[in-house]
Design a protein around this ligand. Structure first.
Ligand code: FAD
Length: 317
């Protein structure tokens, strides 16, 4: 079922959902099930699975020169999504990224997803590869999420790369990312909104936000989206703080602010057990306020560690 239908069927009740990371290669599907099982009691209608572009390593050739080769750390999303749907009978939402894919590879992935009955995709550009200073599109691939969205939309109309097959139309419900604190590369908020609006006008049916720790940022983002004529559901993405180190890593990786009220309390914590407790408390308060605001879904970035999210959800759902 499509995300937008789940939201509509909920008739204003806030839903619970979460995002998982594929495990490191070599680990089996049981690792994924262990990350899902503790959260199933909260009836998530859908579960997102992230995609991780391959890194590069340097391999020595026989002639002594170094060769740059692609190196994958985690499995892709197609098989994981199929396993989740089969075991739990919930919708799995694969993240589809531009980086690392040619248009042909994207089409093949979409054919597989459609074959499996996967109805939703979250289309993203992806980040720069480790070692690259900025995002470099794959030759023959897409440069922006909007380009990738255009390809999914074309397949929804039966237009494949090299043939038109009206009988083979896909029917993906497409989501995109939104940034309550602005995407870090955008020169200003208005430019970022211009491209977000473009994605919605091209057919994105819902937005999932980057994590934020200050609800004011989300409320203002929603208001600005509505001012720009963006009317689709905006699902807040939320992450419980779990370590002291995240005071440094989260702003660096995700380009967000941690409110002083929270950071100063984290600094007072004696260990990470205390940080986890505080992280849960903070997020419960955030979630209560978001539910009062009427958000369609509370979407948790679990990083495949279900425990903090379970503690939060058990106080809300
Ligand atoms: P885009 O929409 O392409 O935007 C990128 C930048 O370019 C923005 O500054 C935008 O303003 C600008 N822009 C957009 N369109 C155009 C255009 N046509 N011309 C010029 N400028 C333009 N990354 C992963 O690798 N795997 C994941 O699974 C993953 N999941 C994510 C889930 C969520 C909910 C979020 C919020 C992010 C996720 N990311 C993931 C990270 C994401 O890939 C990065 O934030 C990336 O830097 C931007 O992706 P985007 O889809 O927002 O890009």
């Amino acid at each position: 079922m499509k995300i937008v239908d789940h939201i509509q069927n909920a008739k204003g009740k806030t839903l619970f959902s979460f995002e998982l990371l594929p495990p490191s290669k070599g680990q089996g599907i049981e690792t994924i099930f262990q990350a899902i099982d503790p959260l199933m009691e909260f009836n998530p209608p859908f579960i997102d699975v992230t995609y991780h572009r391959e890194d590069y390593i340097y391999k020595e050739r026989a002639n002594g020169l170094l060769e740059k080769v692609a190196y994958r750390r985690r499995p892709g999303t197609v098989a994981i999504c199929a396993a989740i749907m089969n075991k739990y009978k919930v919708d799995a939402v694969p993240h589809l990224i531009c980086g690392g894919f040619t248009k042909e590879e994207t089409e093949n992935a979409l054919i597989d997803l459609n074959f499996l009955g996967i109805d939703n995709v979250l289309v993203l550009r992806g980040d720069a590869r480790k070692g690259d200073s900025h995002f470099i599109p794959t030759p023959g691939g897409h440069a922006y999420a909007s380009d990738l969205l255009g390809q999914v939309k074309s397949m929804n109309e039966g237009a494949y790369l090299y043939e038109e097959v009206a009988a083979h139309k896909t029917d993906f419900c497409i989501g995109v990312a939104g940034y309550p604190e602005k995407h870090f590369e955008a020169p200003n908020f208005n430019t970022d909104f211009k491209y977000l609006k473009m994605k919605v006008e091209m057919g994105a049916e819902f937005i999932v936000t980057q994590m934020f720790f200050n609800n004011k940022k989300y409320f203002e983002f929603v208001e600005k989206c509505r001012d720009h004529g963006i009317t689709v559901p905006i699902i807040p993405g939320l992450k419980p703080l779990t370590t002291k180190r995240q005071l440094i890593t989260l702003p660096r990786i995700f380009h967000l602010d941690i409110p002083e009220e929270l950071s100063s309390e984290v600094e007072l914590c004696k260990n990470n057990d205390q940080v986890r407790e505080l992280g849960v408390e903070w997020l419960v308060q955030q979630c209560k306020e978001l539910m009062d605001f009427g958000v369609p879904v509370l979407h948790f970035y679990t990083m495949s560690n279900p425990e903090p999210t379970r503690k939060i959800a058990s106080q809300l759902f």
